[in-house]
Design a protein around this ligand. Structure first.
Ligand code: CAA
Ligand code: NAD
Length: 292
């Protein structure tokens, strides 16, 4: 494995999980944030999750307390928190997990193209935007790939590996190998809107929100219907709270703008209203439901 040192930009809902699974799997990781409070919050989440894994490993008799402690310390020791992009210069792979806004992502990739060593593979965890465009913005489209993890990263077993129009074969192969090395099952995707999962999942979530717009059923009944009728682990409204209403809205707005004739891409009114009211889901304490 040529990849030894990994940079992760954004230590939010997704970024902190990517940092953690990479560090747990033996990679050196630079966790880059834009502010100290955001970095502190991300690192605190990693601590909490590592403690949970350690507790479970001891409970299940998989590790002794000393082994679990050593596992947590080793993972923690591989993470360097940083606010300075220059710390990414010698990373073999840099994964972007910042806000779902293509202009902001493109500006970041343009900077990374200048900062990172020529061999660095650049990856985006975007839910919905074209990898190829970010590659062009970076000035090294052949070294750009999509690495789309799922929430919560520590538990979900999939990673979508997305081939941009100019992604080099060895870059794609290394990205896939990295996905496997962090314990995920990689699937290969073309650079299409939403790749595989979100092309199916986000229209499903928005259809559930349209049911609320129309007053077809209550949120509790919609969620119970999909949980108990289809065996889904959580219903679509709980899932939207989990993903973040702001992120869901950004995905849909981006698609509606780019693909105005695609009937699956629609923006429910309730989603706009909730985001405007600051109800972003679990991350803000309230979305469709209240969260502790
Ligand atoms: N770190 C470590 N351990 C954790 C953890 C974390 N962050 N979160 C939960 N756990 C542990 C819990 O302690 C629990 O352990 P025990 O079994 O020992 O009790 C175990 O994992 C299961 O957790 P929970 O009991 O809290 O909950 P659960 O069994 O309902 O599973 C879930 C939680 C895996 C999230 C499940 O509800 C689920 O699969 N939900 C659907 C998630 C999903 O669809 N994700 C995709 C979102 S879309 C996306 O990501 C793409 C995009 O671009 C928007
Ligand atoms: P989030 O808002 O929880 O986290 C984003 C983090 O990036 C924040 O902590 C913010 O401080 C930081 N950040 C913003 N600009 C930055 C910059 N220029 N440099 C460094 N840090 C910066 O968002 P999230 O839910 O983690 O989503 C991140 C990305 O992952 C998005 O592209 C999203 O579409 C994608 N994604 C989200 C989910 C999900 O379920 N939420 C699942 C898969 C993929």
């Amino acid at each position: 494995m040529a990849i030894k040192k990994v940079g992760v930009i954004g230590c939010g809902l997704m970024g902190h999980g990517i940092v953690q699974v990479a560090a747990q799997s033996g990679f050196e990781v630079v966790a880059l944030e834009s502010t100290q409070p955001a970095l502190d919050k991300g690192l605190a989440r990693i601590e909490k999750s590592l403690a949970k894994f350690a507790e479970k490993a001891v409970e299940k008799g998989k590790q002794t307390e000393d082994q679990a402690k050593a596992f947590v310390e080793a993972a923690r020791g591989r993470i360097l928190g940083s606010l300075d992009k220059q710390d990414l210069a010698d990373c073999d792979l840099v994964i972007e997990a910042i806000v779902e806004d293509l202009d902001v992502k493109n500006a970041l990739f343009a900077e990374l193209g200048k900062i990172c060593k020529p061999e660095t593979i650049l990856a985006s965890n975007t839910s919905s935007f074209p990898i190829s465009e970010m590659g062009v913005a970076s000035g090294r489209p052949e070294r750009m790939v999509g690495l789309h993890f799922f929430n919560p990263v520590q538990l979900m077993r999939l990673v979508e590996v997305v081939r941009g129009e100019q992604t080099a074969e060895d870059v794609f192969a290394q990205a896939k190998a990295f996905g496997e090395a962090v314990g995920k099952t990689p699937v290969s995707c073309k650079d299409t809107p939403g790749f595989v999962v979100n092309r199916l999942l986000v229209p499903y979530m928005s259809q559930a929100l349209l049911m609320l717009d129309r007053g077809d059923a209550t949120k509790e009944d919609i969620d119970a219907a999909m949980q108990f009728g289809c065996g889904y682990p959580m219903g679509p409204l709980t899932l939207t709270d989990y993903v973040g209403l702001d992120t869901t809205l950004s995905i849909l707005e981006g698609w509606v703008e780019r693909y105005p004739n695609e009937p699956a891409f629609v923006i429910p009114q309730i989603l706009k209203d909730k985001v405007a009211a600051g109800k972003l889901g679990r991350k803000s304490g309230e979305g469709f439901y209240k969260w502790e």
